[in-house]
Ligand binder design. Sequence first.
Ligand code: SAM
Length: 293
Amino acid sequence: MFSFVSFLSFVVKRFGFKLVARSCFSAMKVDLLTIFPDFFRGPLDFGILRRAREAGLVEVSLHDLRDFTRDKHRTVDDRPFGGGEGMVLKPEPIFECMDTLGVAPRAERLSGSARQSVILLSAQGRKLDQALAQELATLDRLVLICGRYEGVDERVSDYLADREVSIGDYVLSGGELGAAVIVDTVVRLIPGAVGNQDSTRQESFTAHAELERDGPSSTCVSGGLLDYPHYTRPAEFRGMPVPEVLVNGNHDEIRRWRRRTALEKTLRNRPDLLDPAALSEDDRKLLAQIQGR
Ligand code: SAM
């Protein structure tokens, strides 16, 4: 009998317990603290993010930090103690906004007993990668604090946020773009957000644990490598044909070609991702062929 229990265990095996547990019972809540709430109108209103919001998989709330100021100019910044260039985002509006959100205490977030995270966007933070996105996608609530000016009063990082996240080794003018990147990356991992959830498991940077779940025959999943090249119709365009192997219908050959091209692309663009110890025997042989050894 294919009962509800076996269905549930299939789904849990497929998507992971934490992801399924959260998405089965409630929408992920995302709070964005910013001085430019209108910035998010575009990023949140298209494609997968819009559909995920409409489907009730994620609930995004925007909080204008100027609403938490007390002076008539709605001041959110001030000069840095000790002198120096630029202005610093003041702590009061951020703390006061947080007071209204009912987020779990920092200690509970840090210990993992609360499935929530308060993230300060910062060039000095841990760099966002797919593993971190997968971790964040298992939580019930994300609060993202967008900095501006020279940065945010450090007490926000020390006493309020439980982590600082950077989206790359460059300096943005504000945290809003970074927050939009995090929301996009995380929400598409929530089961149901992407039409075919399998596609998120065959993408660049997909962790090895995901690969194991697919079994050894699934050689087209990324397993931490970059994705393989994709083609669509027409089969020939302006004298540029798609690789013959993709149109001949031999699935074993297609899988092998995809694995080989994923290895080639990773070697060319991101050799730092190639960990020989984590590669299968087949991968190592393919890599040796590619390198002409
Ligand atoms: N003085 C800071 C420094 O050198 O690290 C840069 C401040 S930046 C001009 C203003 C805000 O943009 C930061 O407080 C942060 O919220 C955001 N930001 C800048 N670069 C970022 C990055 N790479 N990732 C995430 N947020 C970033």
